[in-house]
Design a protein around this ligand. Structure first.
Ligand code: ADP
Ligand code: MG
Length: 399
């Protein structure tokens, strides 16, 4: 689960991480109000979306020469203009994809005099199985390019969970950022408070880019991207409230209500499968037959009519879907029960695209008979390869 920059900064500030003052705003008037609470003379108006690259982003509705999603402002007029141009408009960045994201919230924050920009992140390093700092002197808006062309400028410092954060980790972070004297001390403090925040919130990622040295030689977090481990959210009710559903795919939200593991993909064939492994295999074999899956969907072991119907509706809510492949192994759930569920669901959603069903397992013959006698145009398949060939052929025939 991800949160917005302003939420991340409020959270980090509670752990003692240095962030500039700022306030969230949902309207132009609130942005002006927020500005009034800040000392000035420089303000920054920032689009709040769950994606980075905002500074270099472009608004779909504005001319290409218009500024991006991070704007400096000196006067109330400039704050007003920036807020007005951003709110309600669609910001496209390297991380949003072509569709972009609609800006519904802003953050108005102190404009800082920047001397240098660093990169500092915390994540779970899967290779070592440890929480690790990733640090670079080359922070700012081109970090992806740095990682790509000069990877030696990016340093990783992992923390042994048995010792936790130790002073030497702080010194290593400061050294990686090539800091000494008072700035090195500040970097050690930033590293230790970030580590405490990471553990304390069950974070999956904390990315600070940039961590800046200001004109008066203070380290400040100017941008923060924080994501949490979804499996730990049950013990962070306060953090769960920070979830912004408008940032998430509506079909995925709907699926989570029914406990369906659904992930939207770019292809044409909707898939309804039970078991993650079988779902992966089904997606692979669709590709092998020359088309692409429109989704990953695991209906789980105890798929009943209600779940199957919800799954059908979710798959069909995607206008890209040109055909559906159901591939279900009846283990605990018997094939005849699944067949009844498929028929009920297909009738309820008024199925408009070809449907191929492959059933295997307990009571498979009864299941097949029920489908065959349903009067619905369901194409039966015998095995996985047969099912994939049939759905591809059906979709091509329909096109
Ligand atoms: P993004 O990473 O989405 O582009 P950032 O918050 O990192 O957004 O902002 C982009 C750039 O804008 C930063 O690298 C920094 O140079 C500048 N910036 C961001 N916040 C401030 C601020 N409070 N004061 C001055 N400059 C800022
Ligand atoms: Mg940034």
């Amino acid at each position: 689960m991800n949160i917005h920059e302003y939420q991340a900064k409020e959270l980090l500030a509670k752990f003692g991480v240095p962030v500039p003052a700022g306030y969230a705003a949902m309207s132009v008037e609130e942005a002006v109000e927020a500005m009034g609470k800040l000392p000035g003379p420089l303000y920054v108006v920032k689009a709040q979306i769950h994606a980075g690259g905002r500074g270099k982003g472009k608004f779909k509705e504005l001319p290409p020469e218009a500024k991006g999603g991070v704007r400096l402002a000196k006067t109330e007029q400039e704050v007003r203009e920036a807020a007005h141009e951003m709110l309600g408009n669609t910001l496209v960045t390297v991380q949003t994809g072509d569709a972009g994201k609609q800006v519904q919230r802003l953050y108005v924050t102190d404009g800082v005099d920047i001397e240098k920009e660093f990169y500092l992140a915390l994540l779970v390093d899967r290779a070592t199985g440890r929480v690790a700092f990733v640090a670079s002197t080359e922070g700012g808006m081109d970090i992806e390019e740095v990682a790509h062309s000069t990877p030696e400028k990016i340093h990783t410092i992992d923390v042994d969970p048995a010792t936790g954060f130790m002073p030497h980790h702080g010194r290593a972070v400061a050294a990686a950022l090539e800091l000494d004297g008072d700035l090195a001390k500040q970097a050690q403090k930033v590293a230790s408070t970030l580590y405490a925040a990471f553990l304390g919130t069950d974070a999956a990622q904390i990315e600070i880019n940039p961590l800046a040295i200001t004109g008066d030689k203070q380290l400040m977090v100017l941008d923060a991207k924080v994501g949490f481990d979804s499996n730990a959210m049950f013990r962070h009710k306060d953090l769960a409230e920070l979830r912004d559903l408008t940032e998430e795919d509506p079909a995925e939200i709907e699926a989570s209500k029914y406990d369906l593991a659904y992930i939207k993909l770019d292809g044409d064939i909707g898939c309804m499968v039970n078991g993650a492994g079988l779902a992966m295999a089904t997606m692979d074999i669709i590709k092998l037959n020359g088309m692409f899956p429109a989704n990953f969907l695991d209906v789980g072991g105890g798929a009943n009519t209600e779940k199957v119907t919800a799954a059908f509706k979710i798959i069909l809510s995607d206008p890209a879907v040109k055909g559906i492949l159901v591939n279900i192994f009846g283990g605990i759930m018997k094939c005849d029960v699944i067949a009844e569920g498929i028929i009920a669901a297909a009738k309820e959603v008024n199925l408009s695209v070809p449907l191929v069903v492959r059933l295997e397992g307990t009571n498979v013959q009864q299941g097949k008979d029920i489908l065959a006698n349903s009067g619905l145009p369901i194409v039966p398949a015998n095995d996985l390869g047969d099912a994939a060939q049939k759905i591809v052929a059906e979709v091509q025939k329909a096109a």
